[in-house]
Structures are given as C-alpha cells and as structure tokens.
Design a protein around this ligand. Structure first.
Ligand code: S0N
Length: 289
C-alpha cells in the first residue's frame, strides 16, 4: 500500500493572501490559500485578545469559509488563531451586552452560532490547528471542526459557568458526543482547563505535536486528505453528522445522494424525456437487489 501511495511530502506551504470580495484586506482575520495545493487557511487575527471574536470577526470568517466552500480547487480548510498564545478565547467579553455581542451596531448578535452551522455543513473537512488557549466559544469552534491538531502548549476548556454564559447548542451536544456525558458535565460545571495531552486522552483532539511542528503536521494531514476521493469525503462528513443533526443532517446527506444520482444515466433519462416531451424509459435500468 505504501509503495503505491508513498509518503506525503513534508514541506512548507507557500501561502497566497486572499482579500475580501471588494479587494480590501480583512481586518479581524487573515485568509490564505496554498499555492499549487488545495488548502485554505483562515486565521483569527486578534492576538492581543487571545483571538476573542466580535460580531465583525464572525462576519469575516463566514465570508472566508463561503469562499473556500465555493472554490473547487480547495479541498480542505484550516481554522487557526494568530500567534502561539491563543487559538480563540471565545466571544469578546468587552462587547457583551444584554442581547449578545455588539460592536459597530446598537444591538447584539450571537452570530458565532451561524458560523458553527456553516462549518458543520461545509462539504469539505475543516481542521482546527490549535496553539495556546481554545476556551469558551473558541473551544466550541474547535469542537465543530472535523479534526483538531493540537500543539503541546494548547489548553482547552469552557468558561461559561464562570463568566455567566453557556452554549446549550452544539457546544453541549457535540461535546457530550466527543468526551461522553459525564466528562462533558465536568467540563461545563467546573469550568476547568485541560492541557493538550488530557484533551487527547478525552477524545477532544486527534493528535498533539510540539508547537514548532504544528503547521507542518497539520499540512501533512491536509495532504493525506487531499489524496483521497473528495466525493467519498463529502458523503462521509455528512454521514458522520447525520444522526446528531436530525432533519438538517439528513437533508445534507440526502442532498449528496441526489448530487451523485444526477451523474447517472438513469437520472439523465428522466430529464431528457421531459425535455424531449416523451415518456421516460426506465426499463433498461437494473432493479438491484
Ligand atoms: C484565555 C485566557 C485563559 C488567557 O489567559 P492569559 O494568557 O493569562 O491572558 P490574559 O492576560 O487573560 O489575556 C490577554 C488579553 O486578552 C484579553 N482577552 C482574553 N480573552 C478575552 C475575551 N474572551 N474577551 C475579551 N478580551 C479577552 C484579556 O482581557 C487581556 O487583555 P489586556 O491585555 O488588555 O488586559 C483568559 O484571557 C481568559 O480566561 N479569557 C476569557 C475567556 C472567556 O471567558 N471567554 C468567553 C466565554 N464565552 C464565550 O465564548 C461565549 C461564546 C458565545 O458567543 C456564545 C455562544 C453560544 C451561546 C452563548 C454565547 C454567549 O456568549 O453568551
């Protein structure tokens, strides 16, 4: 097997900066694509606040993720935080108001919930590359990613019960799936922090690597994924989420079945017959056991 597939190359990526739709640079994030490879990297860029997000940060993240989804040359997306001290420390507490988080508007938002759903439904793998703190809403973000590669300085935890907030959506249900119901209660009720190795043992992260190897290891995982069938991965992601995501999960999985069916002669016969104003002839297609 290895003789056929060989090792993935261990080389640095060459990153090209992507600007927003109007040609301006993003302010709260940076968005890059690797030259000649199908990897996009989205970085929360507020290191002075341990990469806490404000509504504007989330709006930019949503736009970058949309672009990465629509770009058919991208096969895998890395989500990370600027610097080595924080992946993301959750919502910016200085901006928390009585109706969510408010930055440039007179009302608050919890638009990070939209981002969580977007990552979950995005038909390409999203990998959280975590150095430093992934806490509060930042911890939930790494949990909704498909895979997490952690540096050995990473710290994981929920702070909600300490700072008067909670995520009763994915932040609770996905955590319970990942670490089990007892451990999830421990994480939320006690607001403890866990180091990278404890997180690995709990099933919160896929692998722990030395900080200076973090990006290289993440690239290795990306390249391994990129060698594999994009359609298989697309269907698998929706299948792995389907039960937990209920109707929305089945819709995503079902949409993939339709997408694949459209590529068959059988489906095409239905469309062709309609266009040619004749009765479709499905008799030639096998009724498989
Ligand atoms: C991350 C921590 C542990 C880092 O500690 P460290 O290394 O000692 O650094 P600090 O000196 O504490 O921090 C450096 C500077 O960064 C600022 N800062 C850090 N985190 C935040 C933050 N989240 N908001 C605003 N500022 C932050 C510090 O203030 C400091 O600034 P200066 O240098 O000016 O003093 C430590 O910083 C820490 O514990 N941070 C707070 C973590 C936290 O409680 N996060 C919020 C948790 N809640 C959420 O994320 C909710 C998310 C959400 O949006 C949501 C989702 C679903 C449903 C509900 C909600 C909801 O919010 O209600």
């Amino acid at each position: 097997y290895h003789r056929i597939h060989g090792e993935v190359p261990m080389k640095k990526a060459s990153w090209r900066v992507v600007r927003d739709e109007t040609g301006k640079e993003f302010t709260d994030i940076s968005y890059e694509k690797s030259v000649g490879e199908g990897i996009a990297k989205i970085t929360i860029n507020r290191p002075e606040r341990r990469n806490a997000f404000r509504p504007h940060t989330i709006k930019e993240l949503i736009r970058a993720f949309n672009d990465a989804r629509d770009d058919s040359s991208v096969g895998v997306i890395i989500l990370t935080g600027k610097g080595t001290k924080g992946f993301c420390s959750g919502g910016d507490q200085a901006l928390r108001s009585s109706d969510g988080y408010a930055d440039f508007e007179s009302f608050g938002r919890l638009n990070v919930l939209d981002l969580q759903v977007q990552i979950r439904r995005l038909p390409k793998p999203v990998i959280a590359m975590v150095a430093g703190y992934a806490v509060g809403g930042g911890h939930v973000l790494h949990m909704v990613c498909d895979l997490t590669i952690a540096a050995d300085n990473a710290v994981f935890g929920q702070t909600g019960a300490k700072v008067g907030s909670f995520d009763a959506g994915y932040g609770s249900s996905i955590m319970s799936r990942l670490v089990g119901p007892k451990k999830a209660r421990e994480m939320w009720f006690l607001s403890r922090f866990y180091n990278a190795y404890e997180a690995e043992k709990m099933g919160l992260v896929n692998v722990v690597v030395p900080l200076d190897k973090l990006e290289m290891e993440t690239l290795k995982w990306c390249r391994e994924i990129l060698r594999n069938s994009p359609t298989a991965i697309r269907v698998l992601k929706s299948a792995l989420n389907a039960v937990d995501d209920g109707h929305a999960g089945l819709q995503e999985l079902g949409g993939n079945a339709t997408l694949i069916f459209y590529g068959t002669e059988e489906a095409n016969e239905g469309k062709k017959a309609y266009m040619e104003r004749r009765r479709p002839d499905f008799a030639k297609f096998p009724r498989r056991p």
